[in-house]
Design a protein around this ligand. Structure first.
Ligand code: GLC
Length: 640
């Protein structure tokens, strides 16, 4: 083992340029202890050797980092809150469904710029297994791009082009599992002990059965159970998701090192944000549900510290669809404060939006937000109305009770409502993964179809269609002014409906999440300039909200939105108190006009404007009226 000083000299010797050496060594001085501490906590005695191997990997990663990305590192270090700016806007798309290929994406950049997008999440595009691959979440090769989309060079070229135009590229990093066709899995199958130790493999059912006692099922319909028999190796393999997705053994330090190398490889090709897919699952502990274990956070902290040394422009987004009390840990609580993911999906906000829309009542929404632990000021929510996954009714029994209803009853109501089974429901959705053991019925469907547009257009009801658009705009207004990076899901800006053609595609037919993953309809996009069309009205309405957001520095995400008890149960009342000003936002979750007492607003303002429309609002009357699904972003009128 080398002494610390010997190691320092050795590292310095690896540089021709003193300034470069200083940069690297200073960062190592800053983040090395963090990295070591986290590794020790996870790997104990094996940590020191791993750390030395890591230093070499980081050195290599740093040396290979292109000059333009090193410049970006410096720029980001000067603006550590870059993701928190009110100008941030995310867009989430499938490369092939948006533009055919990576080069095609570059050709559609003007469209994204027109919307105001500054962050582009391209759905899984690394080489997946052939055939069914869970929408690309079964990766066979992390260093290759799906050949039908382009090459690694095309990915770097696109990242550069995006960067030049002010957009950051986000990619998925699938780290809980690999495709069973990945080289590691193949070698494990062939009996290589080194690689069998990359996975959880058991000769008999003893341990799998013991784990199953406390494990939930992610895909109870198409992949029941959490273990799959693998004939070639004669082993049971841990497969939380689909049978062809093999869970990785992060207790093995080699797996950690492999992922640092993969991260550096992709970061050096211009990926700026990594979406840490299914991060909650990466550590297994007997007797638990094997989610949210403390090691998950230690590992994230170690990965982040490593990246801070060699590529500090990189940010992490945690995809942890877990209960609020668990979720907040992904942004760093206690000793991890400020040291974990930079972003995390605010799943609860999304669920509450749809819940209140169905019930026309915001009391549960209030209870859930009031009960939400505070986030670190340096971390940021990813806020969204819809995404590529199903909507699971993550509503806690306690919150439901606090709001005067019952958890199981309300969850059942929501599934009935959004599957269209509930009388007079406006929604068209599909039940995804019914689990008779828990009663869970998750829902697939596009935002527009869930919000009533599909039904309204099918019966030719123009008034209902108009209301559906108002619903959608109201939901987007909440996310755009909540604070965080709003993530628009491809096609939602045009109010795209469900697409049932997946049923005829053998690779997709069994997974109805494809109903809300249609190809971009560019003919529909071309209608966006025509305000007499549905896409035109949606696009224009959304664009107005996006523009209003850009002009509100008080939306900087360091500050959180607070929920105020609303005097009207159909109206959500949110506040943002930021040093640059206060925003009080009102959202009507019902199709009826609602009145809201001005006495709840007047203590905060002398004169008030709606930041969406720029209209002055009088507080002289006793109450103000919100139109059906009306939204107001009230700020102090500086002109007054
Ligand atoms: C994430 C993805 C989901 C996928 C799963 C397994 O939850 O969003 O689409 O099925 O991970 O990788």
């Amino acid at each position: 083992m080398r002494s610390a000083e010997e190691q320092r000299q050795r590292l310095r010797g690896a540089f021709d340029d003193d300034r470069d050496a200083d940069t690297f060594l200073l960062r190592l001085e800053r983040y090395g202890p963090d990295l070591q501490e986290s590794l020790r906590a996870v790997y104990g005695g094996a940590a020191q050797e791993l750390y030395q191997r890591l230093e070499d990997a980081l050195l290599l990663g740093y040396h290979e980092r292109p000059a333009e990305l090193k410049r970006l590192d410096e720029a980001r270090l000067l603006r550590p809150d870059w993701l928190q700016q009110e100008t941030m806007l995310g867009y989430v798309a499938y490369t092939e469904r948006f533009a055919g290929t990576l080069q095609g994406v570059a050709e559609h950049l003007p469209y994204l710029k027109e919307l105001g997008v500054s962050y582009l999440h391209l759905m899984p595009l690394l080489q997946p297994r052939a055939g069914e691959n869970d929408g690309g979440y079964a990766v066979q090769d992390y260093r290759a791009v799906r050949s039908d989309l382009g090459s690694m060079q095309d990915l770097s070229d696109l990242a550069r082009e995006l960067r030049g135009q002010g957009l950051s590229l986000c990619l998925d990093l699938v780290l809980n599992h690999v495709a069973k066709e990945h080289d590691w899995a193949r070698r494990a199958q062939a009996g290589e002990a080194k690689y069998q130790n990359y996975f959880y493999m058991y000769p008999d059912r003893e341990q799998p059965d013991a784990y199953e006692q406390t494990l939930p099922e992610v895909f109870p319909e198409f992949a029941p159970g959490n273990f799959t028999w693998d004939e070639p190796s004669g082993r049971w393999v841990w497969t939380t998701f689909n049978t062809y997705q093999w869970d990785l053994n992060w207790a093995n330090p080699d797996v950690f090192l492999e992922f640092v190398e993969i991260l550096l490889y992709l970061a050096n090709r211009g990926v700026e944000i990594f979406r840490l897919d299914a991060i909650a699952f990466i550590w297994k502990r007997p007797g638990t549900n094997c989610q949210n274990q403390p090691e998950v956070h230690l590992l994230t902290r170690a990965l982040r510290a490593a990246l801070r040394v060699a590529a500090p422009a990189v940010a992490f987004k945690a995809e942890a669809i877990v209960a609020p009390a668990d979720l907040i840990s992904y942004l760093g609580r206690g000793a991890h404060h400020g040291k974990l993911s930079d972003l995390a999906y605010h799943n609860s906000l999304m669920v509450q939006l749809w819940s209140s829309l169905a019930s026309r009542d915001v009391r549960l929404f209030e209870a859930a937000l009031l009960n939400f632990p505070p986030k670190p000021t340096t971390a940021t929510w990813g806020v969204y109305v819809r995404c590529h996954d199903d909507v699971g009714w993550a509503i806690s029994d306690e919150d439901a009770e606090r709001a005067g209803s019952s958890g199981p009853g309300h969850r059942q109501f929501l599934s009935d409502f959004y599957s269209g089974e509930f009388p007079e429901s406006f929604a068209c959705g599909l039940v995804f993964q019914y689990n008779p053991a828990t009663g869970d019925r998750r829902i697939s469907g596009s935002a527009a179809s869930l919000a009533g547009l599909e039904h309204a257009l099918a019966v030719g009801d123009d008034v209902a269609a108009e209301l559906a658009l108002e619903r959608l705009l109201m939901l987007h207004a909440v996310t755009l002014a909540f604070g965080g990076v709003p993530l628009l899901y491809m096609g939602d800006e045009l109010a795209t409906l469900n697409d049932y053609s997946f049923e005829g595609d053998p690779e997709h037919a069994s997974d109805n999440r494809w109903v809300h993953r249609p190809a971009m309809n560019w003919a529909r996009a071309a209608e966006r300039f025509d305000l007499d069309t549905v896409p035109g009205r949606m696009f224009a309405g959304l664009k107005a909200l996006i523009l209003a957001r850009r002009n509100l520095p008080l939306l900087h995400a360091a500050t959180e939105s607070e929920v105020y008890r609303s005097p009207n149960p159909a109206v959500l009342f949110l506040a943002r108190r930021h040093p640059t000003g206060t925003l009080l936002a009102l959202y009507n979750f019902s199709e009826k006009p609602q009145r809201f007492p001005t006495s709840a607003l007047s203590p905060h303002f002398t004169a008030v404007t709606d930041a969406i429309t720029g209209r002055a609002i009088t507080l002289a009357a006793e109450s103000l009226e919100l139109a059906p699904y009306g939204r107001l972003w009230l700020v102090e009128d500086v002109r007054a």
